[in-house]
Design a protein around this ligand. Structure first.
Ligand SMILES: Cc1cc2nc3c(=O)[nH]c(=O)nc-3n(C[C@H](O)[C@H](O)[C@H](O)COP(=O)(O)O)c2cc1C
Length: 188
């Protein structure tokens, strides 16, 4: 599953995420569910019960839960916003709990000169809290909007190599963690 964190009109994130989607598709090995949080349009978390209880009352939560539960691995594409990451991504993460657990995630961050590094660092403890397993590889893009031409993100060789490394890591982690999840179900 590829998730775009930015939801604002004119966002660079859509172009970056489309490049990620296209590159993963070209490499093969993953069926991608492309999640545009702007289209998903979740409200701010409006469930009465804690997500850990998995007792959802809203139709949008049930649909989001089902979608995330089907995914084996994630790629989050997020800008840095005030030294943190996209608020819509935080909200989408906070809606659920078990659905994320023991699944690998890779980060594609972008922002100013720092390539979204502070945003990615702010996201890591949240991933850990949800039981997501963060890949050590990371794609960071400085001033992504400078590499967008006619709506298309044009990556340099280093960015492509980094994305390849991240996809390789997710490809290795996904089956291993699927085994861990299956073993946990049997033991539980
Ligand atoms: C409110 C706001 C805060 C931002 N804060 C940071 C920041 O702390 N660090 C950074 O590198 N870039 C920051 N930026 C720049 C964004 O990361 C950059 O504009 C990016 O393209 C936004 O993603 P989007 O175009 O996909 O919405 C900020 C942008 C906005 C609008």
């Amino acid at each position: 599953m590829v998730i775009i964190g930015s939801v604002r009109p004119g966002r660079a994130g859509l172009s970056v995420a489309l490049w990620v989607h296209e590159h993963v598709t070209e490499r093969g090995g993953f069926d991608i569910d492309f999640v545009d949080l702007a289209e998903l349009n979740l409200p701010m978390v409006d469930e009465v019960k804690l997500p850990r209880l998995h007792d959802y009352s809203r139709r949008h939560t049930l649909a989001w839960s089902e979608r995330v539960a089907q995914a084996d691995a994630f790629l989050f594409v997020s800008p840095e916003v005030n030294y943190s990451y996209a608020p819509a991504l935080k909200n989408a993460l906070d809606f659920l709990y078990d659905e994320w657990g023991k699944k690998p995630v890779g980060l594609v961050s972008y922002g100013g000169r720092g390539g979204g590094a502070f945003g990615a660092a702010a996201l890591r403890p949240v991933l850990s809290s949800l039981g997501l397993v963060a890949a050590s590889s990371h794609v960071d893009i400085m001033q992504a909007s400078h590499q967008i031409d006619d709506g298309f993100f044009v990556p340099d060789d280093q960015q492509v190599a980094r994305l390849d490394g991240l996809i390789d890591e997710l490809g290795a982690l996904a089956p291993a963690l699927r085994t861990v999840r299956a073993a946990t179900l049997v033991a539980g």
